[in-house]
Design a protein. Structure first.
Length: 316
């Protein structure tokens, strides 16, 4: 089990081993793939041909503007264009469409989640061990829209303890502290009867649900409920003995929204990946967590060749 308060902060790179895109690859997909709008209008039964043509035209304009903007992430582009209702609608619908498709083709097996899961199982290898699974002192703060974490733990636990009542497994997974900073595309059906199944084929309805669940940094900063949820997540960090930062790009806005470095106690050990980053970028990543009184030996950012799995194998 994990007996010390441990927080995982997850960026897009943490989902890459399971078939999801980096922020840049999602950008490329959105800009180059025009299938979203054509799928969306299939179920617009009461829309006129003019309305359907307008959506196709708006999508084309959005993709061209986003591509030519050179802004690296869809999140930043939508935040900058917060006053453009058309862009925000198209952008969020497109995210929902592509994430559902990536979920459908994802393979939730092996890699770093397997390593973490087996660590969480230590000391629980009995027929009733699942009942103590949520005693692991672990929480997750993810900047990703996909439901990889939730689906992985449900799949893993229900197959590990195959005799356990399914409802009890669901209840245990639902108690895992997981906060999606920018929202997720939907709850799952075992979390909420109105949820979207993992990897469900996107249509007008599922894309609308996803779009309504996604948030930009501007929306979070101006929504009291989001602020309360974010405050809870920051409290997890403040109480942590260890913080693992996986697949994270150390974007200043994302670092700031978690009140880093002030939210991280001086005695807390920080372990982070820097896969694919240059030396200068790695130094800047370390600086994100620096405070004058903090012992820099407590900040361990791996080298550019170390991925999430290697980090956990060395530091968990």
């Amino acid at each position: 089990m994990i007996k010390e308060e441990t927080v995982f902060i997850l960026g897009a790179g943490a989902s890459v081993p399971y078939g999801f895109p980096t922020a840049m690859n999602l950008r490329t997909k959105i800009c180059s793939d025009n299938s979203f709008a054509h799928v969306y209008i299939k179920n617009m039964y009461f829309a006129s041909e003019g309305q359907k043509s307008l959506l196709i035209s708006e999508d084309k304009k959005f993709r061209h503007k986003f591509a030519d903007s050179e802004v690296k992430s869809i999140d930043s582009f939508l935040a900058i264009n917060k006053d453009n209702q058309s862009f925000n609608k198209i952008g969020k619908l497109s995210i929902g469409y592509h994430i559902l498709n990536f979920e459908a083709s994802s393979k939730l097996t092996n890699n770093w989640l397997q390593t973490l899961y087996n660590k969480m199982l230590e000391g629980l290898i009995t027929s009733n061990g699942f009942k103590k699974f949520n005693l692991n002192k672990i929480s997750f703060i993810t900047f990703n829209y996909d439901r990889t974490l939730e689906q992985f733990f449900l799949k893993a636990l229900s197959n590990t303890f195959s005799h356990a009542p399914y409802d009890e497994i669901v209840q245990i997974v639902n108690t895992l502290p997981i906060h999606h900073v920018y929202g997720s595309i939907s709850s799952l059906p075992w979390q909420n009867a109105d949820g979207i199944a993992y990897g469900q084929e996107p249509d007008t309805n599922t894309m609308n649900i996803a779009a309504n669940n996604l948030k930009t940094i501007y929306e979070i900063n101006n929504n009291e409920n989001d602020d309360l949820e974010l405050s809870d997540a920051i409290t997890w960090i403040k109480n942590a003995k260890k913080v693992f930062v996986l697949g994270f790009g150390y974007d200043p806005e994302n670092v700031k929204i978690l009140d880093i470095p002030d939210s991280i106690p001086l005695h807390t050990d920080v372990f982070g990946t820097a896969f694919g980053l240059e030396l200068g970028q790695i130094e800047k990543a370390k600086e994100c967590f620096f405070l004058p009184k903090r012992n820099t030996n407590r900040i361990k950012i791996m080298d550019t060749h170390a991925d999430c799995l290697k980090l956990l194998n060395n530091c968990l």
